[in-house]
Design a protein around this ligand. Structure first.
Ligand code: NAD
Ligand code: MG
Length: 385
């Protein structure tokens, strides 16, 4: 029997990789909702191809174009943040949360409330909502499966084991395109250089996060919530080849790692087929051709983002959501040419130093913390410029 699937952020890098897998296994899936930000034409093309029940753009100005592009089909077109939540609340056997940023939080929470499997790529949503999201997952009997390659690797390495026996969990990091740059060079890094990742092809925001290492910082917080072993048992190691996707060390001295090509279709397939397995079109890993796997300690002087994230998770409360929102604003400002590369993480720290609101206890609280941090981050950027 075909399973139903919704993809929040269908036009993005993770969304299109997911649809590539669905396309190869068409008879196994029935598509419920596909969503995008403003790319009505791209979304309509996908909705037609996959015969979606509903297509939603977040940007209401794109609704007219979406309606026109879907004319003559029975695909329902809708727009706006509320329509996005409604589409997610239709529920599906699997919902792929692949919107970038905290914008994905409310629709992801709506999907969680329907139970079912949530294949989570949208790390910012979990970073911001933390316990609010994991509590909702438990309350509604949803299954949260990590798509982020590191967390998917850890999830696989934990199968059949008890968290109580875990000595440490190590997230691997490629180190990004500026891994070997000096602080001086980092100060002059351009948006074009930052989005050119050596191993992975990804959306612009996560590419910049990889370059600052804030991606690993967000992933540290993500891991803290997905695998509750305590922050002191979580580590980060730089592994430039991106072949070992993460590792779990057990009390007996055994370390289990998951290896694979640097292609997000592997972790996506793992989540789609879980607890079974499915084929992917990726080339098998050729370790002889790769030759060597190397590892080194991260440098938190050049890349302080992981330190900020570790502190944020230890402090808890509204700190992680504030860090995430400030980072989203700073990354957008950098991509827009308004601030320098090194200013991104500095400005996140500046926002955090100004204090944060009380700990959020529900979705609305998280959204309020996020909004407040955005205002503060923008104020600080204006003051500096
Ligand atoms: P992307 O920019 O390629 O795609 C983002 C998607 O979200 C698009 O469909 C876009 O239309 C939609 N979107 C953007 N802003 C929106 C808004 N305000 N409201 C509603 N929809 C909006 O991003 P991506 O690289 O696919 O990343 C998506 C998420 O997956 C991110 O959280 C990222 O950190 C995570 N992730 C991505 C990768 C990767 O390889 N690309 C790997 C691991 C995790
Ligand atoms: Mg990752």
């Amino acid at each position: 029997m075909a399973r139903t699937i919704s993809i929040l952020g269908a036009t993005g890098s993770i969304g299109t990789s997911t649809l590539d897998l669905i396309r190869r296994n068409r008879e196994d899936w029935r598509v419920v909702a596909l969503t995008a930000n403003a790319d009505a034409a791209g979304l309509a093309r996908l909705a037609r191809e996959f015969d979606a029940a509903v297509a939603v753009v977040a940007d209401e100005r794109a609704l007219m174009e979406l309606r026109e592009a879907l004319a003559g089909t029975d695909i329902k077109a809708a727009a706006g943040p509320a329509a996005l939540v409604e589409a997610a609340a239709r529920g599906a056997d699997v919902t792929v949360a692949a919107i970038v940023g905290c914008a994905g939080l409310a629709p992801t929470m709506a999907a969680i409330e329907q139970g079912g499997v949530i294949a989570l790529a949208n790390k910012e949503a979990l970073v911001s909502a933390g316990d609010v999201m994991t509590a909702a997952v438990a309350r509604h009997g949803a299954t949260l499966l990590p798509v982020d390659s590191e967390h998917n690797a850890i999830f696989q390495c934990l199968q059949g084991n008890d968290l109580a026996h875990v000595r440490s969990i190590t997230l691997t990091a490629s180190g990004g395109p500026f891994r070997d740059w000096t602080l001086d060079q980092l100060g002059r890094a351009t948006p074009a250089e930052a989005v050119k990742h050596p191993n992975w092809s990804m959306g612009a925001k996560i590419s910049v996060d990889s370059a600052t290492m804030m991606n690993k910082g967000l992933e540290f917080i993500e891991a803290f919530h997905l695998f509750p072993v305590g922050a002191e048992r979580l580590r980060v190691i730089v592994h430039p080849q991106s072949i070992v996707h993460s590792m779990v060390e057990y009390r007996d001295g055994s370390t289990l790692a998951q290896l694979g090509p640097s292609d997000m279709r592997v972790p996506i397939a793992s989540a789609l087929a879980w607890p079974a397995r499915m084929d992917t079109p990726c080339d098998p890993l050729d370790l002889a051709a790769i030759g060597g796997l190397t590892f080194r300690a991260p440098d938190e002087v050049r890349f302080p983002a992981t330190r900020l994230a570790r502190n944020a998770v230890v402090e808890g409360g509204a700190v992680p959501a504030t860090l995430n929102a400030a980072n989203e604003i700073a990354v957008a400002a950098f991509l827009d040419g308004q601030i320098s590369f090194t200013r991104i993480v500095q400005s996140v720290e500046d926002v955090l130093l100004r204090g944060v609101p009380a700990a959020p206890v529900c979705l609305d609280d998280v959204i309020a913390v996020d909004a407040e941090a955005r205002v503060r981050a923008n104020e600080l950027l204006e003051r500096v410029n």
